[in-house]
Design a protein around this ligand. Structure first.
Ligand code: NI
Length: 170
C-alpha cells in the first residue's frame, strides 16, 4: 500500500465528472486500499478518487479515521438514492486547504453503491456520515463544497485560494 498525493483546488480533475467503474480488477482494489491509507495519513474522514488524480467513481469514508475500521466504507459507483432534512454545519476538504465554511446538507441519506467484492451495498446514514457521503459523491460529480456557497462567498474564497497557490509556487 502507498500514500498517494492529494490534488488541490485548481486541478481540472476536481471539476470533471468521474467515470463509472465497470471492471472490478486488481487496479481498483489497490487504488481503494491506497485511498484508505492516504485518507488516514492526511488525516481525513473521507476521500474521493479524483482527489488522488483518478477520475473514477470511487469513494472512501471513515468517521473514526482508522480508529475503528468497522466504520470504513468503500463504495464504487455510489449514488444518492434518497435524502431528507437539512443541516447546516462547518465543512472542509483536503483538496481545499485552510478553508472551512458552513454548508447545507441533508440530515439523512440513503446511498447505493458496490463494495470491493462486487456486491451491492446500501448505506443509510445521518448526521456527519450523511454529510461525508454527500461531500464525496459531490467530488465524483466534479463538485467541491465551496460550490454550495453564495457567489460572493465563492469568489472571495477563489481569490484567497489563488493567492495561496501562487505563494506556494514561489
Ligand atoms: Ni473533499
Amino acid at each position: 500500500m502507498s500514500i498517494l498525493q492529494i490534488v488541490k483546488y485548481g486541478n481540472p480533475v476536481l471539476t470533471r465528472k468521474a467515470e463509472e467503474i465497470t471492471n472490478l480488477d486488481k487496479y481498483i482494489e489497490e487504488l481503494a486500499q491506497n485511498m484508505v491509507e492516504t485518507m488516514y495519513a492526511a488525516p481525513g474522514i473521507g476521500l474521493a478518487a479524483p482527489q488522488v488524480n483518478e477520475s473514477k467513481r470511487l469513494i472512501t469514508v471513515d468517521l473514526s479515521v482508522g480508529e475503528d475500521t468497522q466504520n470504513l466504507i468503500i463504495l464504487i459507483n455510489p449514488e444518492l438514492i434518497s435524502q431528507e432534512g437539512e443541516v447546516v454545519y462547518e465543512e472542509g476538504c483536503l483538496s481545499v486547504p485552510d478553508i472551512s465554511e458552513k454548508v447545507v446538507r441533508p440530515s439523512r441519506v440513503i446511498v447505493k453503491g458496490i463494495d470491493l467484492k462486487g456486491n451491492e451495498k446500501i448505506v443509510e446514514a445521518e448526521g456527519l456520515l450523511a454529510r461525508a457521503l454527500c461531500h464525496e459523491i459531490d467530488h465524483i460529480n466534479g463538485k467541491l463544497f465551496i460550490d454550495h456557497l453564495s457567489l460572493l462567498k465563492k469568489s472571495l474564497i477563489r481569490k484567497k485560494l489563488k493567492r495561496a497557490i501562487q505563494a506556494s509556487k514561489i
